[in-house]
Write a protein that binds this ligand. Structure first.
Ligand code: AHM
Ligand code: MG
Length: 337
């Protein structure tokens, strides 16, 4: 008989069996999230068609109003996860305030932070997009949530990861015990273990940044990027930039290199960078560190930042450890040879 391989749920259950204090709530939370991801994956496959249908009167064949994919993903996650019974609050990149869990669904011990469909500006061009997630254990006692539950530093994440909707759909996650990747087999509808214990190279050969912002960066950032391009006679890195964070991050995780979104000091719209600490940077930083890489603002470890606001933006330098260290050195004013 054909062997299916290990499904993500089997893998998580195995991990859980090694943690005697585990109650199963966390496993059940992740399995709900996986169902939400499968629904978003299915919808992503129809993205072009939905647009065609959308332009003919905003109704699909079932007579339902056509939604933009990021709206759709947001609603799927909120409704599935909200009634899981395991959450006390959610934070979505698409929602201004903390999302409360209605009492009728029961309050749980976890907080879910997510970006439902990252890179959504790429959807119409058929470029890979992703869902990013991060899970914290609540710190307060009692009903509801407090801001202390929500605004936790990234180092307190209990799990994080992403789903990439690319040429195949893949789930990559860490629960603090390495990084594991699962590829969706559409014929059976299961995520199967395909990349166990992913390790990112210590140093890479790729840099990923939106160089259109070059003249908005400060001199240290420019000096670093000039160095990566071989201005000082060093061997140039390859430039790869999709403009879809999950896809750029995933490629660099596997091949090695650095992704950065610096502060655009002279651009009043992005004085502190573009990417969001809680919904984007922290989850990817946790994954990256667990794979042997590093993530920094250029001056500080991302996972040590104390969030001030759920939608706070920070500069991000993430990827191979030696590359991130070199970026930090340049940003600190050094010009290493
Ligand atoms: P989004 O959350 O609105 O999709 O924006 C985040 C995206 C990331 O996926 C990507 O890394 C970045 O924006 C690209 O920004 P830019 O177009 O400025 O290079
Ligand atoms: Mg985003």
């Amino acid at each position: 008989m054909e062997q299916l391989g290990t499904t993500v749920i089997e893998y998580i259950l195995d991990e859980q069996a090694q943690a005697p204090e585990a109650t199963g709530a966390f496993t059940s939370l992740l399995s709900e999230l996986i169902v939400a991801a499968k629904i978003i994956a299915r919808e992503t496959r129809k993205a072009g068609l939905l647009d065609v249908l959308g332009s003919t009167g905003e109704r699909n064949v079932q007579g339902e109003r056509v939604q933009k994919l990021d709206d759709y993903g947001n609603n799927v996650i909120i409704s599935r996860m909200g009634n899981s019974g395991h959450l006390c609050a959610m934070v979505s990149e698409e929602v201004a305030d903390v999302i409360e869990i209605p009492d009728r669904y029961g309050q749980g011990n976890y907080v879910l932070v997510f970006d439902p469909v990252d890179g959504s500006s790429n959807i119409d061009a058929n470029v890979s997009i992703g869902t990013i997630f991060s899970i914290y254990r609540r710190v307060s006692e009692g009903e509801g949530y407090t801001m202390a539950d929500v605004l936790q530093p990234g180092r307190r994440q209990v799990a994080a990861g992403y789903i990439i909707y690319g040429s195949s759909t893949m789930l990559v996650y860490t629960a603090g015990n390495g990084v594991h990747g699962f590829t969706l087999d559409p014929s059976v509808g299961e995520f199967l273990l395909s990349h166990e214990n992913i390790r990112t190279p210590e140093r890479g050969k790729i840099f990923s940044v939106n160089e259109g912002n070059y003249y908005f960066w400060d001199d240290d950032v420019r000096a670093y990027v000039d160095h990566l391009k071989g201005k000082d006679g060093s061997k140039p890195y390859s430039s790869r930039y999709i403009g879809s964070l999950v896809a750029d991050f995933h490629r660099n995780l596997l091949y090695g290199g650095i992704f950065m979104y610096p502060a655009d000091g002279k651009d009043p719209r992005k004085p502190t960078g573009k990417l969001r600490l809680m919904c984007e940077c922290n989850p990817l930083a946790f994954v990256c560190e667990q794979a042997g890489g590093a993530a920094s603002t250029g001056g500080m470890r991302i996972l040590d930042l104390e969030p001030l606001d759920i939608h706070q933006r920070v500069p991000l330098y993430i990827g191979s450890k030696q590359d991130v260290e070199e970026a930090e050195a340049y940003l600190g004013g050094e010009r290493p040879q």
